[in-house]
Design a protein around this ligand. Structure first.
Ligand code: MCN
Ligand code: CUN
Length: 793
């Protein structure tokens, strides 16, 4: 996709010694088909694992007969829930402190749940053998709808939990209910709107899988798996399986996309470990597409009521919301547990208001577990959709321009750091210039004129705005942890004698380009060319501990760690340079890549010279050890708060109700930009996600709990045909607490784009008196909205 507008703002240097546009170091491997994914791992004697899944959403298991399957000569093991129960492995903890069945023992609780597995000499036999397993089920009434789940007398899903009598999962609240009610009571205008953010799925190109290789002699487990958080997973395996942590190596090789789908620990990973222990052979498990869509981490599934209070002239006073969250059969989200979900941090948006309150009830249903996935920044996607939709509803009621309404209510630059009404400290922001730039790139005033003209001819053109603030980069560790593991990141940097370097990260790329951008961060700090810096990640034996990649935390946390570890190396290099140049440290000047005596550039010693001296035979300053390396563990003091202004232009065909996204303007502010080309790639991808969610994607279920989105024929994802040429721009408001001022960006566009698209479609339908319509805005839904025949959520 062309992007001429932004390109003109920036230099085109493809080989920067630090920040700037640079082609991705990892791409030669990928474009030549030399990526190495989990399914590429082939080990001598390796066996293959297939999982038998429940055809029912809710059923008691009466009996499981595996004898026919086990009798096949190629079958090496058939394992059921009862077998795992004997080993104490039938249940495992989830990342949010619930438990989840590895294999069902008592009941199945969603369609596609794991019931048994077969290990065989090849993938096909393993699959075929599943057909020979005879499971007798006693089918129970399924609970599919969240409200039905809370109704009196609803079937109890989690009867495995002690003392559980209903389908409540948790209740949370934040803000000040009383103060908010008082503001609502005095407000001129109160607007309320019910909204549904449907269940969707990240559907990465590569599905989930693992290869487990347990060595019974050494007692060592080597696990290749599709994980975004190798260290956290290793610790959990150690805790669950009782294998000492130092004897577990988790390797996350190249990943074909993660999008949060690869954060949880799935039963399949545990099954492959058990399979390897039982057979004494390496065992591979790899999902197919349907298994991925049916059983792994979904996203969203929130029913929200948004309420907004304002003055007649458009000053927003308060926001209140109630959320019903469908968490499926097990609470398998990843959540920084001591902290409320990202939803709580930003549901008040980018606006300076007097009061806010949110209450949230999560429930169990007979649907697959998950919830935190698909570039959600821990549920910020839902929060941004809520606030940006109700602000538009307010604009509709006040008959006010939605851009003007937002501009009137922004938090002002001098209010940062801004303490939100729910106690989150927005680190920095300057919203108006971002909004103005988006309006300028869009030609906002002309678009409104064009729209007015078209309306006189009965043509349906819509202009939608969304302005978002995100909170990304979890920790700090004292507030945020996953199952007690504090959210901080290690980083290690070694400069070799010849001046080449290796940096080891605790985060793990799924396509975001870390091998490039982390080399650029080190290059910026110590002046070694990115090409000379190897980035190692995704292998617990070869990287320092850290919590992994999700919630766009790599740049805010590990990126900060990389900058600081490089500064530590530079500090040591300075000491060595002072002895090499025989001057005091105070007399040295750093110019990217070398030190020289102040005022005398001719005396420069390069970082390469220094590296050789650090490892060489010559003298080092008194008391200094040899070598040039450092290690740190970075604990962020706060999240980073990127923001952005998005404007979408759609045309709706009045005859067919088909929505065409004609233009999309995205202005992002992620603070200091490390690699603008990679940022654009992240934004383009996220905007495409947004078109998918707003117009096409939904995982739905029939009343029996059958998943109706189990293939990419039924679960529609966008292609190049459905998306316009993206028009991007940027502003830069650095983060004050991040060593290089960078904020996260990996999820911004997925978070920010759906409300812009929905706002645009609703705006197009204004002549029909439409104030809201729920995603996905398929032609039939748009048609219903136009006719006033839409069903309430
Ligand atoms: N970057 C930059 N300058 C900044 C911020 C980021 O150059 N100021 C660069 C980073 O260095 C990195 C990339 O942009 O190369 C994304 O950085 P960041 O925002 O820190 O996000 P993460 O690297 O932590 O990636 C996670 C985020 C999440 S949570 C999801 S979900 C998602 C996303 O990234 N999954 C992706 N983008 C994805 N992109 C691809 N190709 N594949 C996925 O699975
Ligand atoms: Cu919520 S998806 Mo990303 O944080 O891995």
């Amino acid at each position: 996709m062309t992007d001429t507008r932004q390109r003109s703002f920036e230099d085109n240097d493809q080989k920067p010694m630090g920040f700037g546009r640079m082609l991705r170091k990892e791409d030669p491997r990928f474009v030549r088909g030399r990526g190495r994914y989990t399914d590429d791992v082939q080990l001598p004697g390796m066996l293959h694992l297939a999982i038998l899944r429940s055809p029912f959403a809710h059923a008691r298991i009466v009996s499981v007969d595996t004898s026919a399957a086990a009798a096949l000569p190629e079958v090496k093991a058939v394992i059921t829930g009862a077998d795992l129960a004997g080993l104490g492995l039938a249940w495992m903890p989830t990342l949010s402190g619930d438990v989840q069945a590895v294999l069902a023992t008592d009941k199945v609780r969603f369609q596609g749940q794991e019931v048994a597995f077969v290990v065989a000499t090849d993938r096909y036999v393993a699959r075929d053998a599943l057909e020979l397993i005879d499971v007798e089920y006693d089918v129970l009434d399924p609970v599919i709808d969240v409200r039905q789940a809370l109704a009196e007398g609803a079937p109890l899903i989690r009867d495995d939990l002690d003392g559980k009598t209903d389908n409540h999962c948790f209740d949370w609240e934040t803000g000040d209910a009383g103060a908010t009610a008082a503001v609502f009571a005095k407000a001129d205008v109160v607007v309320s709107q019910d909204l549904v953010y449907p269940r969707v799925h990240p559907a990465p190109m590569e599905t989930c899988g693992s290869v487990a290789d347990f060595d019974p002699v050494e007692g060592r487990l080597k696990l290749w798996s599709t994980t975004q958080a190798p260290h956290a997973h290793r610790t959990l395996y150690a805790m669950v399986a009782g294998i000492p942590e130092h004897k577990i190596q988790v390797i996350s090789p190249d990943l074909g996309g993660g999008f949060g789908n690869k954060v949880p620990i799935y039963p399949g990973y545990v099954c492959s470990i058990v399979g390897s222990i039982v057979t004494g052979k390496p065992v591979k498990w790899m999902e197919d597409r349907s298994e991925n869509l049916i059983s792994t981490g979904f996203a969203r599934d929130y029913i929200m009521r948004g309420e907004i209070a304002a003055t007649r002239d458009g000053k927003i006073l308060a926001i209140r919301t109630n959320v019903l969250a469908d968490h499926g059969a097990f609470n398998g989200t990843a959540a920084p547990v001591k902290y409320p979900a990202g939803f709580f941090g930003v549901f008040t948006g980018s606006y300076d208001i007097e009061a806010a309150y949110c209450s949230m009830t999560a429930v169990y249903t007979n649907k697959a577990p998950g919830g935190v996935a698909y570039a959600c920044s821990f549920r910020i996607t839902e929060a941004v959709y809520l606030v940006e939709r109700i602000v538009d509803c307010l604009a509709y009621e006040l008959d006010m321009d939605p851009a003007a309404l937002r501009l009137k209510n922004f938090i002002q630059p001098d209010q940062f750091p801004y303490m939100s009404k729910t106690g989150w400290e927005y680190d920095s922001g300057d919203y108006e210039p971002t909004m103005r730039l988006a309006m300028e790139l869009a030609g906002y005033d002309e678009l409104r004129k064009e729209q007015a003209e078209k309306r006189t001819r009965g043509e349906l053109m819509g202009i939608g705005i969304s302005f978002f603030t995100e909170a990304v980069g979890a920790g700090p560790r004292k507030h945020m942890d996953i199952l007690g593991l504090g959210m901080a990141d290690g980083c290690e940097l070694r400069v070799h004698p010849t001046g080449k370097a290796v940096v080891r990260l605790s985060v793990q790329t799924q396509g975001q380009g870390h091998e490039t951008t982390f080399a650029q961060i080190i290059a910026e700090e110590i002046g070694i060319a990115p090409a000379d810096i190897d980035v190692v990640h995704g292998d617990t034996d070869n990287t320092p501990f850290g919590l992994g990649t999700y919630g766009s935390r790599s740049t805010p946390v590990s990126g900060a760690a990389a900058a600081l570890v490089a500064r530590k190396v530079r500090d040591k290099a300075r000491l060595i340079a002072s002895s090499m140049l025989e001057v005091s440290v105070a007399d040295l000047e750093w110019e990217k890549g070398s030190f020289h005596v102040k005022g005398d550039p001719g005396t420069a010693v390069t970082i390469q010279d220094i590296a050789m001296r650090a490892h060489g035979a010559g003298d080092l300053p008194e008391g200094l050890e040899g070598g040039l390396e450092a290690q740190i563990c970075y604990n962020p003091s706060n999240l980073t708060y990127p923001h952005g202004a998005y404007i979408c232009v759609v045309d709706v065909d009045p005859g067919t109700a088909v929505v065409k996204v004609r233009r999309f303007i995205a202005v992002d502010d992620c603070g200091t930009r490390i690699n603008p080309m990679i940022i654009e790639g992240q934004v383009h991808g996220g905007l495409t996600d947004g078109v998918g969610m707003a117009l096409m994607e939904m995982i739905s279920f029939d009343e029996d709990g059958n998943c109706l989105g189990a293939s990419l024929m039924d679960y529609l994802i966008p292609t190049a045909l459905e998306v316009p040429d993206w028009e991007t721009g940027f502003t830069v408001t650095p983060s004050p607490h991040h060593p290089i001022g960078a904020k996260g960006v990996g999820e911004s566009a997925t978070v920010g784009s759906p409300p812009a698209i929905v706002n645009a479609v609703v705006d197009a339908l204004k002549p029909y008196g439409v104030r809201h319509a729920d995603m996905p805005l398929t032609p039939s839904r748009v048609w219903d909205a136009m006719r006033g025949t839409a069903q309430p959520p």
